[in-house]
Design a protein around this ligand. Structure first.
Ligand code: GLN
Length: 243
């Protein structure tokens, strides 16, 4: 078994080390002898997105979002084919915002989004920038657990009907909001940098399962020794939730 990952605009949309998510996916597949092939996709590069099992788009400042949006919009049909064929998707922050209706940036410029989902994002005043550690509770593919990360976004995302999780501490989709991110049966879209996956091995494994299930029928993965990952998680959860 193997999975093919398409990593979009890897040199531009990589705020706060989102590339670390790719390293974790590679590690967790290789430890299980699951083949993993990671292709990058730069502006102007020809790619048939449905050829991949996982589509990954990291975060970026307004400048980078404006640099990539024309190219991303030009791939709308290709991305839609992939979504229709149950390709797994991981979107972080700026990448998350661009899959919605629009993103109104810090300068008030409205950046057209792919419009696949109903949510939309408008930058707030600088006083309401959402910055800091964050913890949420998610119900991801039937498993309830806490997820920890770091957020730094001016964008306030509204109109999310199915969130990634409930905010336990931090901001989430908006300044001091109750919910964070967007999720459905194939897409996880979140404001959580960190990067997200090193301290959240369960999220990484759920994403690998989703990617495998594009062409296979797999219910679970062989467990790995996550002692270090869980220790890092516990430190952050205790710090964030003041347990
Ligand atoms: N530029 C967007 C915002 O400020 C996204 C930032 C990010 O990807 N961290 O909301």
């Amino acid at each position: 078994m193997n999975i093919k990952v398409l990593w979009m605009y890897h040199t531009l949309m990589d705020l706060y080390g989102d590339k670390g998510n790719i390293e974790v996916l590679k590690y967790r597949c290789q430890k299980r002898n699951i083949g993993i092939e990671v292709d990058t996709c730069a502006i102007g590069e020809e790619k048939r997105i449905d050829d991949y099992d996982l589509f990954f788009l990291g975060g970026g400042a307004d400048k980078e979002q404006n640099m990539i949006i024309a190219d991303l919009l030009s791939r709308k049909e290709s991305i839609k084919d992939a979504l229709d064929n149950k390709t797994a998707v991981l979107l972080i922050c700026g990448g998350y915002q661009l899959f919605g209706q629009y993103y109104k940036d810090q300068d008030g410029k409205v950046v057209e989004g792919l419009g696949f989902f109903d949510y939309y994002t408008e930058s707030s005043s600088r006083d309401n920038r959402c910055i800091g550690n964050i913890a949420i509770e998610t119900n991801l593919d039937g498993e309830i657990f806490e997820v920890v990360g770091f957020e730094n976004h001016g964008g306030q995302t509204k109109g999310v009907k199915t969130a990634f999780g409930k905010v336990l501490s931090g901001h989430g989709n908006m300044y001091k909001s109750e919910y964070e991110g967007f999720m459905n049966d194939t897409v996880i879209a979140t404001y959580m940098h960190g990067p997200l996956l090193p301290k959240n091995p369960k999220v990484a494994d759920k994403i690998i399962l989703r990617a495998l299930n594009k062409h296979h029928k797999i219910d679970s993965l062989e467990p790995l020794d996550d002692e270090l990952e869980n220790k890092a998680r516990e430190v952050m959860l205790n710090r964030i939730l003041k347990k």
